[in-house]
Design a protein around this ligand. Structure first.
Ligand code: SF4
Length: 200
């Protein structure tokens, strides 16, 4: 088939229209048969994106206690309905759509602790109590081993009580109040290398 400039534009225009309809949740197999609206019979629950400190607004559509859709909140003053690629995929943190469009729990979601020992090539499953005890033990060991109590400043011993061996990173999955408490705890232990992806 010979492709003229006009037929090329026609073809790409049709493809773009098809993609747009698909993106709107419409069945492109037949122009007249609309795909059932995902947000039908749902309750709108506004929330905030948990990925970063920008704090974009998201509307979750919930049906029978299950989130069936998540999209940018057009009334939110920060993002005005837009979401970046991370926020746009937030639905998949918990769910995916199966073949017929029904949301199911994302089978790739990690629900168990996976631990890879130093030098090991495979992960092994551990329980949460083990993980929390191990984290606490390693933090305490490192802190006790590396704590510097005083430094010499011009012949005078100045108390610093600090360790350079631990780096503390806050999480955008936590609230500002939780990150405030993490920060306090890190300071209390003498950690001075503290950061957060949103610089909280
Ligand atoms: S990750 Fe993206 S969508 Fe989420 S708050 Fe940050 S900028 Fe907004």
């Amino acid at each position: 088939m010979q492709l003229t400039r006009r037929s090329f534009l026609k073809l790409t225009g049709a493809a773009a229209a098809t993609a747009t309809l698909a993106g709107m949740g419409l069945n492109t197999a037949s122009a007249s048969a609309a795909y059932p609206l995902r947000i039908k019979y749902t309750k709108e629950v506004p929330t905030i994106c948990t990925y970063c400190g920008v704090g974009c607004g998201i509307i979750c559509s919930v049906r029978d206690g299950v989130i069936v859709n998540a999209e940018g909140d057009p009334d939110h003053p920060i993002n005005e309905g837009t979401l970046c690629s991370k926020g746009s995929s937030i639905f998949n943190v918990s769910y995916i759509y199966e073949e017929k469009g029904k949301p199911i729990v994302n089978p790739k979601r990690l629900t168990k602790v996976l631990y890879r020992a130093p030098g090991a090539s495979d992960y092994e499953e551990k329980d949460w109590d083990w993980a929390l005890d191990e984290i606490a033990k390693r933090i305490k060991d490192t802190r006790d081993r590396t704590l510097v109590e005083t430094v010499d400043v011009g012949g005078r011993q100045v108390t610093v009580n600090r360790t350079n061996a631990i780096n503390w990173l806050g999480s955008a999955w936590c609230t500002g109040e939780e990150n405030y408490l993490f920060h306090k705890m890190a300071r209390a232990m003498g950690v001075i290398n503290i950061d957060h992806c949103a610089r909280l």
